[in-house]
Design a protein. Sequence first.
Length: 343
Amino acid sequence: MMRLIEIWADWMWACTWQVLILIAVVWTIDRLGRNRLWPHIFLCLWAMVLLKLLLPPFFGSPVSITRPILGANGAPWFVDDAIRDSSVYALAVANISWLKPTLFAVWCFGVFGLAVFYSIRYLRMQRLIASCALPPESVQRLAEDIADEMEIGAAWQLRVCGELQMPGMFGVWRPTILLPSDVVPSEGDAHLKSILAHEFAHIRRGDAAFRLLTHAILIWYWLNPALIVLRRRLAQLQEICCDATALSYLRQDRSSYINTLVHMGRRLLQTDDRLASSPTLLSVFDTSGGLSERMQRLLNQPRRLTSRQRKIIGVLVLLAFKVTIFPMGDPDVLTHLWFSGGP
């Protein structure tokens, strides 16, 4: 059991420092190129950070820029030195017999608690959907027309919910679009068309499955607080990319879509809709922020690069990141430490 805990501790430590460096690099690229490249490029970069947590931390590459700075324990030498020079490390070494088992127990408790929390929220959303009413026939026909034009192949359903203040989408295998009851009779066809196009964009892109995978990984690595930044940025970029997908369908209704987004934002500020912030619901107006960036992209700010130039630069950035930065481990060091019983 102690050997298993040792491997767990080394695995978590390696994943922690690797993800921290990746987040810093991707955040820098994101900030520098935010108004120059497509949001899909940044979504891919942040998704690579998530992918890193699915791979063994000893995954490496001979051309990785981190190989020259790795120390004897598989971590960057300056990270090892900083820890070894601290009083916290000295205390940990003095009490190593109980520290790692205690952290392992805390981690297990956190994983179990978060899994129960998300399961309860998921079941509540299922019960809520079961109590929702069918939409008016005209709204159902409008939704079917939009789904056909957007080539939505997955099975879906539309429901009207009196407890919701914001539209949203729930479900992976048979997604359900939820509309607030006061939106259906009061909003015009333009607003409804924009709302439905946004939710169908989530379905077309498979965002619910991606969100489910994100939550599962974050539950497993909940001890790493930096992943909060990853979760928020992924949620923001999902909404931005859905805006682009919806607008590619609406085309001439760009102004109407912007007005709908502003209108939904005003509704969110005026109401206390806890369901809109549910981690299991993809809402039109995600509470993770990013409204300013969404509006800037929707309003078509002047771009310094052409579409072809942005595509070429984006592909080069992704390839360079995948080859030189993404593989950060040292297979020889970590496999020797883990599978040989020590250094």
